[in-house]
Design a protein around this ligand. Sequence first.
Ligand code: NAP
Length: 253
Amino acid sequence: MSESPARVAIVTGAARGIGAATALRLAADGFAVAVLDLDEASTADTVQAVEAAGGRALGVGADVGDAEQVQAAVDRIAAELGPPVVLVNNAGVTRDNMLFKMTDADWDLVMHVHLRGSFLMARACQKYMVDAKWGRVVNLSSTSALGNRGQANYATAKAGLQGFTKTLAIELGKFGVTANAIAPGFIQTEMTKATAERIGRDWDEYVAERAAAIPVARAGTPEDIAHTVSFFVSEGAGFVSGQVVYVAGGPRT
Ligand code: NAP
């Protein structure tokens, strides 16, 4: 008897950080993984790591906020790996500033990547999920959705993603598609390193200070988030939809 082909998952922003850990985890769970990031060359390390662990991966370059690039990327993934039935909207940027200093460009870029990006990716992938009568969408929100000083743009986008997630859950549920969101707290990645640098803090000291305020007394890792993605996309999680799980070592921070 021949084995059925692996289901295909797309992870955006998967060149590094949470996206890279998620790509590795989903590959270990048996998915063929499209490792999507702005620049195809930047996906090489993640693709190699997946392959070295015995998985199947395809590196794809696209700006998730550009409709033509998204359509071309999803078409290529469907042709080369198979129909994408799992989508993890993880690509992200920060452009932090207090409201009075925040530029139009800071606001627009954050909306472009998180909101427009997640919308375009989900719209391009949903037909494959509906055709398969099975699918999983996981959107990366953040504890910043609850409000965070210096992040009017990011907090708005991350709160918006929660409404987007719940609406996808309602629209797509009857096709066997679930949609959920993960709201990470403080996770050690290039994104949080850049924040520490921007505010002039030593990284190790900054991590220790943040960890001291977290109930489980440590900073989060990309693997903590990948584990939660793995749960949401699992077969057994088919009755979990429209939810937001705060993965933050405590109730919110
Ligand atoms: P990261 O290390 O900065 O990685 C984000 C990746 O997304 C980068 O490889 C980046 O590529 C890519 N990207 C940016 N804009 C893109 C675009 N338009 N199209 C495609 N890819 C794009 O971030 P992370 O910390 O792993 O965060 C991953 C997700 O979790 C983000 O949505 C973030 O907001 C969310 N999150 C993170 C934390 C945390 O503490 N780290 C907490 C809560 C939520 P370039 O390098 O080329 O820009």
